[in-house]
Write a protein that binds this ligand. Structure first.
Ligand code: C2O
Length: 342
């Protein structure tokens, strides 16, 4: 059977190793849960731009939206910090699996990884659009798979902006080129071309060369299964690598980006995920055996989110397989690793 949406009334404290101030990341409870229906596809899709290519006007608009989100009342589930807590709740064991009090619900390390994050970013984007009254607003994607995108996008480093975050690795500020194979120590090469070439090979290996759904999306995770059956290729590399590379190594858990519970507090998170899910779209588009599962235990797996109108909604994996049906798409950019043989 599919994993069911969590019971919010049974949410508990998250498991976090060495957190200094204990946190409660449970979402507010609501008396009504609506089964979410995708709104009709608009005539004009939201078009997510590549973060390194945006205009100043766009940056100003995005900043405005995030400032408004940060200024919402404490108890508004759309508030910036409450949105960040969504990740903590789903990823640090605040929920049990419905019907199995001895099993925690964990959305990483399984086939729930891509769908959960896509839905999360979807509502986050719609909330921002609603706050600035712009139904075409779309989040920027961190185009880390193209040479000019392989660094923290400049818009996030302006200290006076609402999308700045100080808990980031001070040695990885732009124009430092990221290493998609980073494992805790900075490479000694000063040759950016070498690093970029290695990154492109990594992209090929993690996306194009992966031909089976369980290896790309992660292993099956059904009701009653122990959590974390196995992660897909992209979840590990480059996704988790970029999290760790971005977080501040001087914090106890690599806060913010380097750990589950606080990563949603850094606006980089949503742009990282906007590109990670774009890789999912690219992967299914490659064809051959690269297909989404048709198993109803995946398609009917469900999550809860608050939508842009503060309504608690239940969404299903099967409704997030095509972003155009969800009302958005991505700016067209070249994919420089399609044919980079490892
Ligand atoms: Cu839930 Cu980027 O992780």
């Amino acid at each position: 059977a599919p994993i069911q949406a969590p019971d919010l009334s049974k949410c508990g404290p998250p498991n976090i190793d060495s957190v200094i101030i204990p946190i409660n990341c449970c979402p507010p409870i609501s008396s009504t849960i609506v089964d979410y229906k995708l709104p009709p596809v608009p005539n004009k899709l939201r078009v997510r731009p590549a973060a390194h290519l945006v205009t100043d006007d766009y940056v100003a608009k995005y900043n405005k939206a995030v400032s408004l989100m940060k200024a919402l009342p404490e108890d508004d589930p759309r508030r910036f910090m409450k949105q960040a807590h969504v990740h903590c709740a789903y990823c640090n064991g605040a929920f049990d699996q419905v019907g199995y009090t001895d099993l925690e619900l964990q959305v990483h390390f399984s086939w729930l990884f891509f769908p959960l994050h896509r839905w999360y970013v979807y509502f986050y984007e719609r909330i921002l659009g609603k706050l600035i009254d712009d139904p075409t607003f779309a989040l920027p994607f961190w185009n880390f798979d193209t040479p000019l995108g392989m660094q923290i996008p400049a818009m996030f480093t302006d200290k006076n902006s609402s999308i700045y975050n100080k808990l980031r690795n001070p040695n990885h500020q732009p124009p430092t080129v990221m290493d998609l194979n980073w494992s805790g120590t900075d490479s000694t090469t000063t040759n950016n071309d070498e690093l970029i070439a290695a990154n492109l090979k990594t992209m090929y290996r993690q996306v194009v060369a992966v031909k089976k759904a369980n290896l790309f999306l992660g292993e099956a995770y059904r009701a009653g299964d122990a959590s974390s059956p196995g992660q897909g290729s992209v979840e590990g590399v480059p996704h988790t690598v970029i999290h760790k590379w971005s977080g501040d190594p001087n914090q106890p858990n690599g806060e913010d980006m380097g750990n589950f519970y606080p990563s949603g507090r850094d606006s980089l998170f949503y742009s990282l995920h906007a590109n990670v899910e774009k890789l999912w779209t690219i992967w299914t588009g490659l064809g051959g055996t690269r297909k989404n599962p048709t198993d109803t235990d995946w398609l009917d797996a469900a999550f809860l989110f608050y939508d842009e109108n503060k309504q608690l909604v239940r969404v299903k994996v099967g409704d997030c397989l095509d972003e155009k049906k969800m009302g958005y798409t991505f700016q067209e950019v070249a994919i420089p690793w399609h044919e980079t043989l490892p």
